[in-house]
Design a protein around this ligand. Structure first.
Ligand code: ATP
Ligand code: MG
Length: 256
């Protein structure tokens, strides 16, 4: 049965989508079956997996509203080696349309139940907000992966996110836990980043993943070719870090 993880941080541009896409490809590179759910109307995880968001026959939007099931809507990322439940701008309307629907925060969880036997991992790329969409992700997941940059203000938003996760765990999804904090876009030459990184380790201990994702231009270039960084330049430092993170996640779930 699939283990389901949200990649979440309400801060924008911190590397959620890059992590979701490359962790999916990184885990697939280890021979595991992965479904990547794009829960952001920006559709970046969809595009970054090599799938044209404008040409989706059905997307996560139809799935959330019960107009399509996951088996109909998913598509394969040819070069990523995983499946994608894609998103596009349609999803921006879901927030409003779900308001009158029963169990509106459980829509994704209920839809994923139909395919959870087909995957080892289901990864959910959340939008940069603590919205009903993110809530659907948190209610569907066993755990949360939080990508963060080691910057001065990094800790600020973390408290809000941790509180939201605690509230969801207390009221809606008792299984939910923080799996870990992932240091991304890391530049070891910056003293401040080193310091913040050490602070994270001191404060959060083994909730900080061992793998560190470096700032690497190949990861930033890859989406414009419709490829995960892991497929675009497998030998790059960024790609290797995500393959290593894939291995770390596979090991983590064995001990959960
Ligand atoms: P949003 O909140 O808008 O969804 P996000 O948290 O999903 O953003 P990304 O889109 O993954 O963040 O990354 C933001 C930008 O940083 C992108 O241009 C991406 O290519 C770049 N980026 C992400 N990770 C790295 C990295 N390790 N090295 C270099 N560039 C990176
Ligand atoms: Mg994103």
């Amino acid at each position: 049965m699939a283990r389901i993880f949200c990649i979440a941080n309400q801060k924008g541009g911190v590397g959620k989508t890059t992590t979701a896409v490359n962790l999916a490809a990184g885990i697939a590179a280890h021979g595991r079956r992965v479904l990547l759910v794009d829960l952001d109307p920006q559709g970046n995880a969809t595009m970054g997996s090599g799938i044209d968001k404008r040409s989706l026959a059905a997307s996560v939007y139809q799935v959330l509203l019960g107009l399509a099931d996951v088996k109909q809507a998913r598509v394969a990322s040819e070069h990523g080696g995983y499946h994608v439940l894609g998103a596009n701008r349609d999803l921006a309307g879901a927030e409003v349309e779900l308001v009158d629907i029963d169990e509106r925060e459980m829509r994704l969880k209920n839809a994923l139940a139909a395919v959870e036997n087909e995957y080892d991992f289901i990864l959910i790329d959340c939008p940069p907000s603590l919205s009903l969409l993110t809530l659907n992700g948190l209610c569907a997941a066993h755990g949360v992966i939080i990508p963060m940059q080691c910057e001065y203000f990094a800790m600020e938003g973390l408290a809000d996110l941790v509180n939201t996760i605690k509230r969801v765990a207390a009221n809606l999804n008792p299984e939910l836990r923080i799996i870990g904090l992932l240091r991304v876009m890391f530049d070891p030459r910056m003293t401040l980043q080193q310091q913040v990184s050490e602070q994270l380790e001191t404060r959060f201990g083994d909730k900080v993943f061992t793998t560190i994702i470096p700032r690497n231009v190949r990861l930033a270039e890859a989406p414009s070719y419709g490829l995960p960084g892991v497929a675009y330049d497998r030998s790059s430092k960024g790609a290797q870090a995500y393959v290593a993170f894939g291995a770390e996640m596979i090991q983590r779930i064995a001990t959960l």
